[in-house]
Design a protein around this ligand. Structure first.
Ligand SMILES: [Zn+2]
Length: 483
């Protein structure tokens, strides 16, 4: 009898097992259950890391702007300025001279395979070597003014003039004064044979001056900055430029190609600077960019857009508690400047810590090319270069001074569909209805009110939101530093 009961229990267990097999989806059974679990666990961790977008959290976590301080001196380092930049990494080998390319000229499509030219140096750092250059670019010597139509014949002529620039050594190449060129940066994380260098544009002015760096698309879905850099750099005349401009239009090339904000490992690159050579994929890319390019900069403008279906008025994000950075923001005319102390791992934070004056320029929304936002960015960069003595402009339009803001986000208190009444850039007063959340099931409508008098400097586009979603970024005017 006892034996019979045991037998029956066993049968029931078998039956249950079979039943579960039938219920379980075939896809689950196809995958080993352990790896599925691991994958889900890693996804949870990554989502937690990426859950909030940088723009909102920057402001929320930002240390408050301190009360008005004495103006930073116009020139020279300030006492609070971080330690001077570390010496550039030793350049062991003599570098090849970068070809002089008129950036306005349409470049040939890069050759798909690496150059077979034995003249091309292969250094231990060979990831830096541009492999996407058209064949004529490998011509090594400055003195050859022969068949290359773009090589300025007077390049070697000595000009008795104001302090002449020196060669700019970057990514294994020397960019001569009065020339512009395209280089390639490789972070070395890819399969070497499949590596695709990230284009880097360089204009080395004929006269000495500061090095301004422009970076964009650290978030691969943010496109306005690509065009801002193209228009800015392609209009520069190296014969009239003092100092040099280095532009990296698409830092996150893999993300850009997939229309994704993130890296292939789903990390936010702008949380990993200055990076580390032995860390995660994001750490290594950040480290490579920082060491090979950013450390050469005196000034950095990192260009972004709003994220998560939010749009931003063209604006700078800057740590106004840092006098050198606050002074730097004065060069951008017609621009809103929003104080944000910056989060650890952001490129501008790491750059400021390395003694580089750095700000983030926000313009528009992701996945889009927006003419007005691009115009505002290009104009502000031209203004900056003029104020820094790098160029002189014939016509100046726009307001001469930036406008400074402290800011706060107004969040949705209900889930539903967001319909905005107010527009980006609008001036608003406290209590004013900015938009409504409509519950599509109950038909309830909930107004969203402005928290203060000010201006909408960023906002969500109409979309489905949950309670807590940051919907409107309200800027309230703050005093100009030093006044
Ligand atoms: Zn961004």
């Amino acid at each position: 009898m006892l034996f019979y009961r045991l037998q029956m229990l066993t049968d029931i267990r078998t039956f249950l097992c079979l039943l579960m097999l039938v219920i379980c989806p075939a896809s689950v059974l196809a995958d080993p259950p352990v790896s599925k679990k691991q994958e889900e666990a890693s996804r949870v961790i990554l989502l937690a890391e990426l859950a909030e977008d940088e723009d909102v959290e920057d402001v929320v976590r930002s240390e408050p702007r301190r009360s008005v301080e004495a103006p930073a001196p116009l020139t020279g380092p300030t006492p609070e300025e971080p330690a001077p930049k570390a010496a550039q990494p030793p350049q062991a080998e003599p570098k090849k001279v970068a070809p002089n390319i008129d950036l306005k000229e349409v470049a040939p499509v890069p050759a798909p395979e690496p150059q077979a030219d034995p003249e091309v140096q292969v250094t231990p750092d060979s990831g830096d070597q541009q492999s996407s250059e058209p064949p004529e670019d490998s011509a090594p010597a400055l003195s050859e003014s022969g068949p290359q139509e773009h090589l300025a014949p007077e390049a070697e002529a000595e000009v008795e003039a104001p302090p002449r620039a020196e060669n700019l050594v970057l990514l294994g190449s020397e960019v001569l004064p009065g020339t512009s060129t395209r280089l390639g940066w490789s972070s070395g994380i890819q399969i070497a044979g499949l590596s695709q260098p990230t284009p880097v544009l360089v204009v080395n002015g004929v006269n000495a001056g500061p090095v301004l760096c422009l970076t964009s698309t650290i978030h691969g879905d943010e496109l306005n900055g690509i065009e801002i850099i193209r228009q800015t750099m392609y209009d520069l005349d190296p014969e009239k430029l003092s100092g040099s401009v280095i532009g990296v239009p698409i830092v996150n090339l893999p993300g850009f190609q997939q229309g994704s904000r993130y890296l292939p490992d789903r990390r936010d690159l702008n949380r990993h600077f200055p990076g580390s050579a032995n860390g995660s994929l994001a750490d290594r890319i950040a480290h490579s960019l920082f060491e090979k390019i950013i450390r050469h900069c005196d000034m950095l403008v990192d260009i972004h857009t709003g994220s998560s279906k939010r749009t931003n008025l063209p604006q700078l994000r800057a740590d106004m508690n840092n006098p050198a950075v606050a002074e730097f923001t004065r060069g951008f005319d017609r621009m809103a400047v929003v104080h944000s102390s910056g989060s650890p791992g952001m490129l501008r934070t790491a750059a400021v810590n390395a003694g580089i004056r750095a700000v983030t320029l926000e313009a528009g929304e992701s996945h889009r090319i927006q003419e007005h936002q691009i115009d505002a960015g290009v104009n502000s960069l031209a203004s900056l270069m003029e104020k820094q003595g790098m160029i002189s402009r014939m016509f100046v339009w726009g307001e001469p001074e930036p406008v400074y803001y402290d800011s706060a986000w107004v969040r949705a208190d209900h889930g539903g569909i967001l319909f905005s009444k107010a527009e980006l850039g609008a001036k608003v007063s406290a209590g004013q209805v900015l938009g409504h959340i409509v519950d599509p099931i109950t038909n309830a409508q909930y107004p969203i009110h402005s928290s203060s008098d000010g201006r909408i400097i960023g906002m969500a586009v109409d979309q489905v939101v949950m309670a807590g979603f940051a919907a409107y970024h309200i800027g309230t005017k703050a005093k100009v530093p030093g006044e």
